[in-house]
Design a protein around this ligand. Sequence first.
Ligand code: NAD
Ligand code: TYD
Length: 366
Amino acid sequence: MTILVTGGAGFIGSNFVLDWLALGGEPVVNLDKLTYAGNLQNLASLEGNPKHVFVHGDMGDAALVTRLLAQHRPRAVVNFAAESHVDRSILGPGAFIQTNIVGTFQLLEAVRAYWGALDASAQAAFRFLHVSTDEVYGSLSKTDPAFTETNRYEPNSPYSASKAASDHLVRAYHHTYGLPVLTTNCSNNYGPYHFPEKLIPLMIVNAQAGKALPVYGDGQQVRDWLYVKDHCSAIRRVLDAGRVGEVYNVGGWNEKPNLEIVHTVCRLLDELKPRADAKPYKDQITYVTDRPGHDRRYAIDARKIEQELGWKPAETFESGIRKTVKWYLDNPDWVTNVQSGAYRDWLAQQYGGAQVSGTAAMARSS
Ligand code: NAD
Ligand code: TYD
């Protein structure tokens, strides 16, 4: 038995693959296009592990996915692959439409053909788990109740609209073709291997570099934060026991305004790695022009996954953010390689100069 993971070199996907194998899960075939957000260094500890097969390629490459499915016969597909950064989606929505909508559609088509040819018991056991976001539900006012699974979809950014479209396709493949799908809609994640374009890692990295800490607008937008390993445990639980065709919201009941997050990161850095001039890192905060169409508040009502599947996060925000800041302080090489772009050479190093771009697939145990 194997599972096929897409986007397993990104932030959440790499945490998922590392935890899955550490916990003794089945072998993983990890299909990742290695966009700027994919980083094989995240998976360096799996070097030589025969249970991890990395494949450089596009989930939208139907011929490649068809071949991988035929070769590895996975019992499940977990779809993390996406363009994931809201600001990038505002600057260039095309890649989001292509990857998140067309790519998911192509993946679903290949999986549908594979699943359709399985015998009845393998068909019944198969799962397609689609990893999505709370952003599909739109923005809440201060007093609105948190998002439940029955909230209307009201995406506001090209990113969330493209994720919403992919969720609808996944749903349709269940209702129309019977594909056994599961969808998770999670709140904002933070933790190790988070690309420093997103709020928390950007603040940690900029603070240490003596750079400005850019807070959009008034900094009072609210996000609901979940430690990435708790998201991974929720995905494992849904994959194990989720009811086919159902949607599960995933969150840790940790709503915080952005400014509070930035202050917390600054305070932890003051404690763990004080500035040379002994001044507080919060002096580096600067208010910058707000993001266009900036959603004011996200909040997840996680009662369904808690009550139905018995899942609960292991970390509080306080324990998770401390671990996260420490991880960045303990891994300066990872940060330096990401900032310099050297992480993109990892593939060339690993594969001895083999082709690293385009859709040509390379499969290899790593
Ligand atoms: P990420 O941007 O860090 O990683 C995405 C990964 O997908 C990268 O490794 C990239 O190379 C790969 N990829 C992109 N296009 C691909 C393609 N066509 N084929 C194969 N691989 C491709 O993203 P992330 O933060 O790890 O998010 C993973 C998933 O979780 C996404 O679907 C995202 O929408 C969802 N999500 C993220 C958050 C969050 O806070 N980061 C919260 C909820 C849901
Ligand atoms: P981000 O990490 O990009 O996640 P998302 O937009 O998917 O929620 O941003 C989290 C919040 O932080 C969001 O309200 C935008 C804000 N933000 C800043 O204030 N400054 C920044 O430099 C970034 C990247 C985000």
